[in-house]
Design a binder for this molecule. Structure first.
Ligand code: IPE
Ligand code: IPE
Ligand code: MG
Length: 247
């Protein structure tokens, strides 16, 4: 399947996908059950485990999970504190199990505003997480698509070569991502809203968008499979015209 040869950063195949998920709706899931929003975030952590487990059989090579946006610091302090504890639990308890199964786990986003214990937990997992594994799970924490672009643009001013490729490297640095990953092929947002909420903006230039009303804690392996199947039916033209099938 052709992907438009002009864009070397897109996945060359319809497998080895980079899927990103805006994991929204955990608060509403909890409220609808008379539970605290925190209970929704705990249920959301279980959904992360399910989706990571299902990713390899869906042909996913990179899974970017939008976990906490830089705008989410505006939430009440107790909710933010609980979220940070959940992220730490993910990196100390869930991630090591993923590492043992050959999955690479890392974080993208600002590190300087995270609690030291969370930063250390992230660094420990990343140190044990070699590149080249068949699945790379990236949690976007304290992430702002716009801020990452601004930081990378600032660095670009120091260079002679203002190519997209150079920019992608600067952006990866700005995102603390290590190295650039392929463009996002499919962006899923759960929770029913149809907006991007400052997610990775450069990386979604040619992403297929899929919005589902399912609330994040209800999202599971079957939903991920269905989303990827829907993606496979999309005609990605990258500016070209549809391919003509000659008899
Ligand atoms: C997404 O779920 C999780 C984070 C933003 C951290 P929400 O907490 O936004 O859930 P809703 O949208 O209020 O239901
Ligand atoms: C988007 O959810 C961010 C994450 C899922 C991390 P939000 O709940 O913060 O988005 P808005 O406020 O509805 O746009
Ligand atoms: Mg929300």
């Amino acid at each position: 399947m052709s992907n438009g040869k002009g864009d070397h950063r897109s996945s060359p195949e319809r497998s080895a996908l980079h899927v990103a998920i805006i994991m929204d709706g955990s608060g509403r899931w909890a409220t609808a059950r008379g539970l605290s929003r925190s209970a929704g975030h705990h249920a959301g952590r279980a959904a992360v485990r399910r989706v990571v487990e299902a990713a390899p059989q869906c042909g996913i090579r990179v899974l970017t999970l939008f976990t906490f946006s830089s705008d989410n610091w505006r939430r009440p302090a107790p909710e933010v504190a609980e979220l940070l504890r959940i992220f730490e639990a993910f990196f100390t308890m869930d991630a090591p199990a993923f590492l043992r199964r050959g999955i690479r786990v890392s974080a993208v986003g600002r590190r300087d505003r995270l609690p030291l214990s969370l930063r250390e937990a992230i660094e420990k997992v990343e140190a044990a997480s070699q590149p080249g594994r068949p699945l790379h799970v990236r949690l976007a924490i304290d992430y702002s698509g716009r801020e990452a672009i601004v930081r990378a643009a600032h660095q670009l001013r120091q260079t002679q070569d203002a190519s997209a490729e150079v920019f992608a490297h600067l952006l990866a640095e700005a995102e603390h991502a290590g190295e650039p990953v392929p463009d996002i092929d499919l962006l899923i947002r759960t929770g029913g809203e149809q907006r991007l909420s400052n997610c990775p903006l450069w990386e979604i230039a040619y992403a297929e968008l899929l919005f589902t009303p399912a609330l994040w804690p209800d999202f599971g392996a079957a939903d991920l499979e269905a989303a990827v199947q829907e993606f496979q039916t999309r005609d990605r033209r990258f500016g070209r015209i549809p391919e003509v099938v000659h008899p």
